[in-house]
Ligand binder design. Sequence first.
Ligand code: S3P
Length: 193
Amino acid sequence: MSQSHSPAAGRSDQRERPAAHAGRPIVLVGLMGVGKSTVGRRLAVRLRLPFVDADHEIEAAAGMTVAEIFDRFGEPYFRDGERRVIARLMDGVPKVIATGGGAFVNDDTRALILDQSTAIWLRADVAVLAERVRRRDTRPLLRGKDPRVVLADLAAKRDPVYAQAHVHVASQRGPHEATVAAILRALKGEVRA
Ligand code: S3P
């Protein structure tokens, strides 16, 4: 089910329940700033499914923000918590899960997501991502750095990994609702030229 879809205006505001994901969780993967949380929350409403943000779950489990975890314990500690939290979230209950940008890069996490869910890669140009990440200064990998350089570097390394996701959806400049509509079409198996 590897398909590419471009966002376009949604056809209706009605809630929908596409069949293609067949009761499996839907997991959004992709780089920082692509809109996984915002899109995921809206997608969940449209599908009448619960929404879970994996980074928020990690923060709740640790009692600290992601930035504090990086500062106090380092990235490997965060990655270990991320792997454990996502394994817990993959409990077979249908839901929409937004993952942090590095989660799918972990071999165990990726294998689990690919086996037990419908993985959706939200992709966008680095220029678009760099613009969006400026809205929030809480991301430890970007602190004190040029986001375009970091994001271009991460894209080069991670895009081949994200590409293993079952469905690929482009997120362009403009409203996230267009991306939600594109995902809904992808889940219904409608192929756009
Ligand atoms: C990270 C992305 C972040 C967060 C952490 C590391 C990454 O999540 O998990 O700062 O490695 O790309 P978002 O993708 O939601 O910003």
